[in-house]
Write a protein that binds this ligand. Structure first.
Ligand SMILES: Cc1ncc(COP(=O)(O)O)c(C=O)c1O
Length: 377
């Protein structure tokens, strides 16, 4: 039995994922957090911090910055400097600050995509150029020619998601190099949201931070990272931008100003512990999630009307349900007790997104209900 088999009753805590369906017989498989307890080391560190009893203003200390530097070096072979780090309470804040900081008329991104890639530029009164991701060799990727063609003279920012949510793609070195060449050619800043970087499930795939490719791309990059998805501590609100170029960083910091507050003191303890003591937990998590992904893929293979491309990362499966001809897939599956994310939120209503970051028992029950729903058509 795995530690990830433990069922934790999340209905007793008001919150997003389970709170939405509190009094209904629904298995929530939507918002991107998992149903797993955070690593014991993090829980212990939080106990220690709470026991201290004084919760005054607390900045991020040197050793936590160093823990980030070391974690990124250890896992991604990218040597960053601690002064490149700008702490943020959330990656979404980082996306919004970036759009405000890079003053331009158009922002380019690939769709379907996590909704804030569209919302953040809109909040900054920017137009969003949406380039559809394409299916190639049974995997979601980018049509680089179409991407390049779509760039306008007034576009100065590319909002990139790697690993991709919802497509689950981990972009290869070759793909990243193509993108970086385009960004250099058209003088684009690249904001790379890599929040899912630690959740690589396929042993052959490797996460490469685009900024780590070379100095030229590093100079035009804002990489957004966090321990939140990995260690299931999103509610603690810890994330950060890595900005190697001093002027870009100054611009980002100036725009940030005091719009958001510091990350909170519990987040600091949790982040330090996550990045120093939890590698083994992370390896076990990846193993468990890979088994869950296998279950989802097997399930889809047995359902001729469903389609799921290969994915290398995340606990989110982007399932094409168009062959079922449903008016509202989200509502339909909900009526059978499965709380998925409707694809419309990401830009394609013919899809649903299934979060398999849960115990095998709940995943199997969710898939059973999914099947009953399909068989009832
Ligand atoms: C790609 C991506 N970016 C950002 C976020 C949210 O980040 P945060 O909670 O740190 O704002 C999510 C959450 O699902 C995500 O999938």
């Amino acid at each position: 039995m795995s530690i990830f088999d433990e069922i934790v009753d999340r209905t007793v805590v008001a919150g997003e994922k389970w709170g939405r369906y509190q009094s209904q017989d629904v298995i929530p498989m939507w918002v991107a957090d998992t149903d797993f307890k955070a690593p014991k080391a993090i829980i212990n560190a939080l106990h220690v911090r709470v026991e201290h009893g004084v919760f005054g203003y607390t900045g991020v200390d040197k050793k936590t910055n160093q823990a980030v530097v070391d974690f990124i070096q250890r896992h991604y072979n990218w040597q960053i400097k601690s002064e490149w780090i700008v702490w943020l309470p959330g990656v979404v804040s980082g996306m919004n600050i970036t759009c405000k900081a890079i003053k331009c008329q158009d922002v380019i991104t690939t769709t379907p995509i996590y909704p804030h890639f569209i919302k953040a530029p809109q909040h900054a009164n920017q137009n969003v150029i949406q380039v559809p991701i394409i299916e190639k060799l049974n995997r979601w990727t980018i049509d680089f020619d179409e991407f390049e063609k779509a760039i306008t003279p007034t576009c100065k920012l590319f909002m990139f998601c790697n690993p991709h949510n919802p497509g689950g793609t981990v972009f290869t070195k070759d793909e990243l190099e193509k993108l970086s060449q385009i960004c250099i050619k058209y003088d684009l800043v690249i904001c790379s949201d890599e929040i899912h970087a630690d959740l690589i499930l396929n042993k052959e795939a490797k996460h490469i931070p685009i900024a780590s490719l070379n100095d030229k791309i590093a100079k035009r990059s804002i990489t957004l990272l966090a321990p939140s998805k990995t260690f299931n501590i999103a509610g603690l609100q810890s994330s950060y931008a890595v900005i190697p170029d001093v002027n870009l960083r100054k611009n980002f910091r100036r725009t940030l100003g005091n719009l958001t507050s510091q990350i909170n003191l519990l987040a600091i303890s949790a982040t330090h512990t996550a990045y120093t003591l939890c590698d083994d937990w992370l390896y076990e998590l990846r193993y468990y999630l890979k088994e869950n992904l296998n279950l989802v893929q097997e399930f889809v293979l047995n359902e001729p009307k469903l389609k799921l491309l290969n994915q290398d990362a995340t606990y989110l499966a982007w399932i094409d349900v168009s062959a079922l001809n449903l008016k509202n897939p989200y509502e339909y599956f909900l009526s059978y007790g499965v709380g998925l994310s409707g694809g419309d939120g990401f830009g394609d209503k013919k899809f649903v997104r299934l979060n398999f970051g849960t115990t095998k028992m709940l995943l199997k029950e969710g898939l059973k209900r999914f099947k009953i729903a399909i068989d009832s058509l």
